[in-house]
Design a binder for this molecule. Structure first.
Ligand code: ZN
Ligand code: FE
Ligand code: FE
Ligand code: ZN
Length: 277
């Protein structure tokens, strides 16, 4: 006798396109993967342009934005007749001291986006999650990178302007761990409280399973803190290839349920839509 139950409709809110220069695959291939995975919502959230001189090699240029919105429009047209809803989003970075420039570019475009993802990928001038810069971690100092990351994340959350907090313990990517995990837990607990008060969702990002860390972002003890803080969650594969779409979502959903969540969130024109886990 079959014990299979109806698979719940899911949303993958964190995926990329080749416009960021470090993802591969045609938009139509991602769409086919999203349909094959049976997603109800697929959010395209490529790396938003940043101020001049910041990380230009790993994100869209301002000149790419018309093409990006064109891709999103055509994907929505193609998916229109199906059960899949394509959502327009972007992942934008916290750039200390230059957020006025970021928001000057981003704010006029907000009506075009269903939601926005906020990320911290730098501490000072160190792109700590860049695989080509792994060897530089000792020079910057593991605890110093973590401490700087948490400060940036805290300041970003206090500033707000986004719906989803991406991969919130990203510095673990290559296996570098803070010497005092209790410090990370304490500071992140405060950050989650600020985020919950602003209605910012916590992302369960399965890309962590594809790197040295070999665990979902964020770790289980942080998930428990976020749940206690009252955060809602999103699921994100952080796909940089079509085959990453909805990567390990059964595992992510099981982890979320084990912590206490019963639903995950999608955003349609800024409005949260709750989906069962
Ligand atoms: Zn990326
Ligand atoms: Fe990211
Ligand atoms: Fe991403
Ligand atoms: Zn990401």
């Amino acid at each position: 006798m079959s014990t299979a139950r109806h698979t719940a409709p899911r949303a993958d809110l964190h995926t990329h396109t080749a416009l960021c220069k470090h993802a591969s695959g045609a938009p139509e291939e991602y769409l086919a993967a999203a349909q094959k995975a049976g997603l109800a919502f697929w959010g395209v959230s490529d790396h938003f342009p940043a101020p001049a001189g910041y990380d230009a090699a790993f994100r869209m240029a301002p000149d790419d934005l018309p093409r990006y919105f064109g891709i999103l429009d055509s994907l929505r047209d193609i998916a229109d007749a199906s059960s899949l809803t394509v959502l327009a989003a972007a992942e934008f970075d916290y750039v200390p001291g230059r957020m006025d420039e970021v928001f000057a570019e981003l704010d006029p475009l907000r009506p075009k986006f269903d939601y926005l993802i906020g990320s911290v990928h730098y501490v000072g001038d160190f792109a700590f999650d860049d695989p080509d810069k792994v060897d530089e971690w000792p020079r910057y100092g593991v605890d110093a990178v973590w401490d700087g990351y948490l400060t940036n994340l805290e300041n970003f959350v206090k500033l707000g302007g986004f719906n989803v907090m991406a991969h919130s313990d990203l510095p673990k990517k290559f296996g570098f761990r803070h010497s005092k995990p209790e410090t990370v837990l304490r500071r992140m607990t405060d950050i989650y409280a600020y985020a919950a008060a602003k209605g910012i969702c916590l992302e369960l990002n399965t890309a962590g399973l594809r790197v040295t860390a070999n665990e979902i972002y964020p770790a289980a003890e942080l998930l428990r803190a976020a749940f206690r803080a009252g955060m809602r969650i999103t699921l994100g594969s952080d796909a940089h290839k079509p085959e990453h779409i909805a990567f390990a979502f059964d595992e992510a959903a099981e982890l979320a349920r084990s912590v206490g969540w019963t639903a995950h969130t999608a955003f349609v024109r800024g409005e949260p839509v709750e989906l069962p886990l």
